[in-house]
Design a protein around this ligand. Structure first.
Ligand SMILES: Nc1ncnc2c1ncn2[C@@H]1O[C@H](COP(=O)(O)OP(=O)(O)O)[C@@H](O)[C@H]1O
Ligand SMILES: Cc1ncc(COP(=O)(O)OP(=O)(O)O)c(N)n1
Length: 287
């Protein structure tokens, strides 16, 4: 399957330093989601990707069979040492696993000038579970996520399962998607993005962005594929790249939506389960 042409981000000339971005997320041993998906998108969009590992998952195309968390101080130290030396244009969070890790990340973001009211935009993708339903965030961490991290975010990007856990709203149509965007925005981020990938009732995959006054509807045709592992990570990683290049949030999300749709059109089977969204089409495009 081939996809539509996608607008790309500026690439630094050889030998010059690309714009830097950071992901604060878990490792996926199967390479489909988490840090591995983020770094693929960062690299293929021409950015320098830095990493703060929060957890190491034992995962393949069939699901997550376990994970080991990283010490909260070590997570914060990774952010600090990168921010102090390399500098970053935007930061994304993914799997944060526990309340102590969220607290450490939020405190370090405040200290390093990362967040909605600071110089460096923060994209919070509130990963709660894998696509197979394996839990990736402790239940006890939901309050911490809502109270300590959401108010720091430039944009939050939950899927519909995460919306239900965070706001209690069951999104089933455009009206409830708006209700959810308002409830998420009330938690403090500059923008709330309610992803509609799990709304399977139409030929489209409608996402809704809201900043407290303006709703922006972003929709693309639904790609008919079971290989959508890492779609949320890929979208949030591309938003992060575009923000680092100075895009506004609506423009960054529109760019990222086109990027993830193209990756879904190029998705490939892997193992016995769900294959990943595939930004590797870019490699062929370059050749
Ligand atoms: N089959 C699909 N076709 C087109 N876009 C999709 C499809 N599935 C998901 N998306 C898009 O991919 C992004 C991630 O979507 P979603 O599946 O809702 O989140 P998550 O991967 O976090 O569960 C969103 O922009 C969504 O609209
Ligand atoms: C380490 C890690 N981070 C995030 C995820 C979530 O990805 P996925 O299972 O594809 O679910 P979506 O959020 O994309 O629906 C993961 N599995 N592992």
């Amino acid at each position: 399957m081939t996809g539509a042409r996608v607008e790309l981000l500026p690439v630094a000339p050889e030998g010059t330093t690309p714009v830097g971005v950071m992901t604060v997320a878990g490792s996926d041993s199967g390479g489909g989601a988490g840090i591995q998906a983020d770094l693929r998108t960062f690299a293929l969009l021409g950015l320098h990707g830095c990493v703060a590992v929060t957890a190491v998952t034992v995962q393949n195309s069939l699901g997550v069979s376990g994970f080991q968390e990283i010490e909260p101080d070590t997570v914060a130290a990774q952010i600090r040492c990168v921010a102090d030396d390399i500098g970053i244009g935007a930061v994304k969070t993914g799997m944060l696993a526990s309340a102590p890790i969220i607290d450490a990340v939020a405190a370090q973001c405040r200290a390093s000038g990362i967040g909605r009211d600071a110089a460096v935009p923060l994209v919070v993708d509130p990963v709660c579970a894998s696509m197979h339903g394996n839990q990736l965030l402790a239940d006890s961490a939901l309050d911490t996520l809502r109270d300590n991290l959401f108010p720091l975010a430039t944009v939050v990007s939950p899927n519909l399962d995460e919306v239900r856990l965070i706001t209690g709203i069951d999104v089933v149509d455009a009206a409830t998607q708006r209700d959810a965007a308002k409830a998420l925005h009330d938690l403090g981020p500059s923008w709330a993005l309610v992803k509609g990938g799990h709304l399977r009732s139409s030929d489209e995959s409608p996402d809704l962005l809201y900043d407290g006054s303006e709703f922006v509807e972003l929709t693309h045709e639904r790609i008919d594929t079971p290989h959508d592992h890492g779609a949320g990570d890929t979208l949030a990683a591309a938003i992060t790249c575009a923000l680092a290049h100075g895009y506004t949030v609506p423009d960054a999300v529109a760019f990222a939506k086109a990027w993830v749709t193209r990756g879904l059109a190029a998705a490939y089977p892997l193992g016995a389960g769900h294959g990943p969204v595939n930004p590797l089409w870019r490699v062929g495009d370059c050749g």
